[in-house]
Ligand binder design. Structure first.
Ligand SMILES: [Zn+2]
Length: 96
């Protein structure tokens, strides 16, 4: 038997196996869904939570249009996750 064949399985297991990659991606996705459910908004990236933006001309202060002057912007995919979550909850609690 060739020594290379014996060394191959542990090498694959210690390196990135496709199953492990899928598992890690699923864990990351589940973690992000949990985060989006717990904290659906993040600081507005445009005004950095200041709620106002400065115009280039004379540096005037205007309410931030991106977050409607709330300072918070929805997290990526959070509206979709919440819509799905509440749809499922509503269907489960609905009486027949
Ligand atoms: Zn803003």
């Amino acid at each position: 038997m060739r020594p290379g064949l014996l060394a191959l399985p542990p090498l694959l297991a210690s390196h990135l196996s496709p199953g492990l990659v899928v598992l890690v991606l699923l864990a990351l996705a589940a973690g992000y869904v949990a985060l989006a459910l717990a904290r659906p908004t993040r600081r507005c990236p445009r005004c950095a939570g200041e709620r106002v933006t400065r115009t280039r001309w004379r540096h005037r202060i205007r309410p931030c249009r991106r977050c409607s002057a709330t300072g918070r912007a929805p997290r990526l995919l959070a509206p979709l996750i919440h819509r799905t979550y509440w749809l499922i909850r509503h269907e489960r609690t609905r009486k027949p």
